[in-house]
Design a protein around this ligand. Structure first.
Ligand code: GLV
Ligand code: MG
Length: 349
């Protein structure tokens, strides 16, 4: 690890100074598009206006023979599109692939001024972030950028999970982490064949009620991702960076997608990936606080005054700690309301 005194020094002569705080911007959905697909690329300006983050994907889901077209497509789209307040991200190919060096070199030097965050897949430890960190500094210096591009790591290998805390703190560029349930399942040798979400076989069952072991016993499906998301959220919160749930592959099952997103929201995630326009609305609904929760939070904060002591509201005890939870809710509501007049009205802010 770099010593504290040098942690915030640029890693190349002429590179911009690292940020001391990760900017907290609306980040409810990271919407993925394939820049090699001309039909999809033509829709980017319209979709960008509807999402918090739009991401040009160069990694998995892009066929080998389309890798270069996707990279060039992203350069062309970024140059001609005004993204307004919407953040532009990319997911580059993995660090062990033959494409990633050209991905980083081309994107930073051609459209580095437009790119907010680079998502790095299959990160296994701090060493992967250190490699990208130094290379980005060199490229930013070459491109004459005046602000650093941030880095987002996908947690999708068993090694990455074991090293999640050192990854989260590996560089001042670290913006956040996403759970990649599909690759992680493969890396862990889980016996699932899905992209995220639950599995009906992962359950608990009540005790037998008679000699017939099949009679009168209820079962409840359990959450395959609870441990992983909670661990990722702790690593992110401890390092003041942002956690996200990743993909939910069953596009038709909008109900289970909403459940998965809500579990992540309640555990502390700020957003999730959207792989199809239908998931944009789900993420918007789930990751924007419920107006009733915001109204309650306002009541508690007002009643608590300077935040010390305790008050009773509707028969429930509220104190410093519940007031702090309410402030988390209110801060998020205010940040979203600043950009969305409908939410500002719903929250009465
Ligand atoms: C995402 O990249 C995943 O593997 O789930
Ligand atoms: Mg993956």
């Amino acid at each position: 690890m770099r010593p504290p005194r040098t942690f915030l020094r640029p890693l190349a002569v002429g590179a911009p100074a690292p940020v001391t705080e990760i900017p907290v911007k609306p980040s409810r959905m990271i919407h993925f598009f394939d820049p090699s697909n001309e039909k999809m690329a033509a829709k980017v300006p319209d979709i960008a206006a509807k999402v918090d983050i739009i991401l040009g994907n160069l990694e998995d889901a892009i066929k080998t023979e389309m890798k270069e077209a996707a990279r060039q497509g992203l350069v062309d789209i970024a140059k001609k599109t005004d993204f307004g307040e919407t953040q532009l991200w990319t997911r580059v190919n993995s660090l062990d692939s033959p494409w990633v060096l050209d991905d980083l070199t081309t994107l930073v030097t051609e459209i580095g001024d437009k790119l907010d965050v680079i998502m790095v897949p299959k990160v296994e430890g701090a060493q992967d972030i250190h490699y990208v960190d130094r290379l980005l500094a060199q490229l930013e210096a070459r491109a004459g950028l005046d602000r650093p591009i941030l880095v987002h790591a996908i947690l999708e290998t068993a090694q990455g999970m074991v090293n999640v805390e050192e990854i989260a703190g590996a560089s001042p560029r670290m913006q956040g982490l996403s759970l990649g349930p599909a690759d992680l399942a493969a890396s862990r040798r889980m016996k699932t064949t899905r992209v995220g979400g639950g599995h009906p076989g992962y359950l608990v069952r009540t005790d037998p009620v008679s000699d017939d072991l099949t009679e009168g016993r209820t079962t409840a499906q359990q959450d395959l991702w609870h441990y992983t998301i909670a661990r990722m959220v702790d690593a992110c919160a401890a390092h003041d960076i942002l956690p996200f749930y990743g993909p939910f592959g069953d596009i038709k099952d909008v109900v289970a997608c909403e459940d998965q997103f809500r579990n992540a929201y309640l555990l502390g995630c700020v957003g999730a990936w959207s792989l199809h326009p239908v998931q944009i609305d789900i993420a918007k609904k789930v990751f924007s606080p419920d107006p009733a929760d915001v109204a309650h939070a306002k009541r508690v904060v007002e009643a608590m005054g300077d935040g010390s002591g305790a008050v009773m509201i509707d028969g429930k005890m509220e104190d410093d700690a519940s007031c702090k939870q309410c402030l988390v809710m209110l801060d998020l509501a205010k940040a979203l309301a600043e950009r969305d007049p409908e939410l500002a009205e719903a929250y009465d802010l």
